[in-house]
Design a protein around this ligand. Sequence first.
Ligand code: TRP
Length: 329
Amino acid sequence: MTGRKRSLSGIRVTGRFHLGNYLGAGVNYVRLQDEYESYIFVADYHTLTTKPNARDFTDDLYDMVMDLIAIGVDPQRTVIYRQSMIPMVSELTLLLAMVTPLSWVQRVPTFKEVARVQPDNVNLGLFEYPVLQCADIIIVKGDVVPVGRDQAPHLELSREITRRFNRTYRPVFPEPQIVLNPEAPIVKGTDGKAKMSKSLKNIVGVTDPPEVIRQQVMSMVTDVKRPRKTDPGHPRSCNVCAFYKFFFDDWEHYWELCRKAQIGCQDKKKLLAERIIERFAPFRERRASLTREEVDRILESGAERAYALAQQTMVEVRDAVGLPPYSRP
Ligand code: TRP
């Protein structure tokens, strides 16, 4: 491949994209693929930390890869693969665990959060989650990692583990850098409270049928400090207005109308829904033309390329650690 820098990201299997995924990281997957040698994988090992049988998320997996391609990730330019098809990732995780102090992992906020949500399944894999994530990134020697803001603590830890590995052995890996989408509005879910998440049922879809998007947008909680349409609105604290910043070039005009009580919340939602539907029409079309067989082929050829790269890295890693090469029976 080329001498370009590498971009890599992984996505846990949750199904179709929602606006939070798209604005937070999706936009950057598409943007970075011109400048970087790009890799995106389906984090199925990570998904096992909460759903222990991979067969249970087959449909979601196809949905996700189809959406990835629908939003513009081009399998010709981005290597798309499934994490578990690259088994060396798990070996690297084991080796990274030897240089990762327990205290670093203990302070990861997502671990505490998931442990709270599923108290009867606080497994070791969950604990090791960020170490596996670091292995994902550095096994392809990723330079930059496009992700949503929620991933910042994981990326910070990945950098620390990478530094520790490089110092303990020799500088095998670049230190990965997080790439956020600075234009992503801090959007909340339709409840106006929590961040968008499928499990909270507060999402707005991207490739869903227009009637679904319409219904989701119309269910959004709006400006709570504006009980009547004739009262002036507060666009700064209104979640619907936050979306306008992304979907309307002339969002300031709408914010002004809202402040002057010249547009009501319902009308703002209607306009927003139609705009989202229109903006994503090409995504829906592209998605409709994809088949599962095509997705299988894409994942197969992506895995071939990622596998070759991972194998090369592990030769270097095993040598750095002082382990013998793999035996060849
Ligand atoms: N933890 C990420 C998430 O929940 C998914 C992920 C796994 C990832 N491995 C990664 C992201 C490597 C970036 C790089 O969204």
